[in-house]
Design a protein around this ligand. Structure first.
Ligand code: AKG
Length: 321
């Protein structure tokens, strides 16, 4: 692996062998769901290069990029599939994130989620009928100075149902290191302190036994713990602002890969992850989806024909200690 000058959140990553490495390629066990489950328990993630049909992924990408081209968010002087960024243009990617026609109604995404390799793997791995969250997130990550995703665990966004829940991160296109793919913090799912403190928090909850509870309940205040520098009233779910310091504190290595269309990275809701900054001249496109047993409790924010997401009516009070 030749990786130099990679950054995350604008900070140079320590690329020494103790601090940084490659995701383990598990394609040799892809057809053995028991082994996949064991590896998930051991490592907190399973990386399956080439597991999905590359052509389906590229078709899903095309649907997304054609919309972005129509909106003037990628450079029209290049072929649409290159997703060339427009220098100096910083668009808001939030409207893309859950847009149904690009995510849960994108026919190629539907195909990936309902046919073949992915549902079969989860069915076998979890030992029963499975479902995925209808709220699928699309990321259209622009080149730096827009930053990679801050370190977090998915638990704080989706822990109102079963915890036996898995994220699949799916690059919609090739994402070599400098385009800024996902990275997971090695063995972080085993860190007890994180599992029982940070991971138990809920981005849509406030402390009902604190004096300002009324203000939270009325929606005047919104956040529950760690403040986001961009909006001090919203907790963004961040575990840290600094992936380099976080790794030094928690140990393990940041693990990533030069991703290709067709790869899938699966991880637990307790696995700390973040992403590299996009140091290229193209927009980085990926989706993230969630899977669980159909028989287990679901998080209402992420499910249903029109998942409400982090809607104000779903804010809850909790007893804080
Ligand atoms: O794609 C990214 O940068 C972040 C993805 C993520 O946080 C997730 O899949 O849970």
């Amino acid at each position: 692996m030749v990786v130099t000058h990679l950054t995350s959140r604008g900070l140079a990553l320590d690329n020494s062998p103790e601090a940084f490495g490659e995701l383990l390629d598990s394609s040799d066990i892809a057809d053995n769901p028991i082994a996949v489950k064991q590896r998930m328990d051991r490592d907190g993630y399973v990386y399956l290069p080439g597991f999905l049909n590359r052509e389906d992924i590229l078709s899903a990408r095309k649907v997304v990029l054609e919309t972005m081209a129509q909106n003037g968010d990628i450079d029209p002087s290049f072929p649409v599939m290159q997703a060339k960024a427009i220098i100096g243009r910083n668009f808001d990617d939030i409207p893309y994130r859950t847009k149904p026609e690009l995510t849960r109604e994108n026919p190629w995404v539907v195909k990936i989620m309902t046919e073949g390799a992915l549902p079969n793997l989860f069915r076998e791995m979890l030992g029963g009928d499975v479902r995925y969250f209808e709220r699928i997130i699309l990321r259209a990550r622009q080149p730096a100075p827009v930053s990679g995703t801050h370190p977090h665990c998915d638990s704080v966004f989706m822990n109102r149902g079963t915890k036996n829940l898995f994220t699949t991160w799916i690059p919609l296109g090739d994402i070599p290191y400098h385009v800024g793919g996902l990275m997971v913090l090695e063995k972080s799912h085993h860190i007890e302190k994180l599992r029982h403190e940070y991971s138990d928090l809920d981005v849509d909850a406030y402390c009902a036994n604190y004096p300002d509870a009324e203000k939270w309940a009325s929606g005047e205040l919104r956040y529950s713990g760690y403040r986001s520098p961009e909006d001090p009233l919203v907790w963004s779910g961040r575990l840290s602002e600094d992936p380099v310091a976080l790794r030094a504190e928690l140990g393990g290595r940041w693990l990533t890969a030069s991703f290709r269309a067709g790869d899938v990275l699966i991880f637990t809701i307790y696995t700390v992850h973040a992403s590299l900054d996009n140091l290229s001249d193209e927009v980085r496109i990926s989706i993230d989806t969630r899977w669980q047993l159909a028989s287990e409790e679901v998080d209402e924010r992420w499910t249903g024909p029109n998942p409400p997401g982090h809607a104000p009516e779903l804010i809850r009070g909790r007893i804080c200690h």
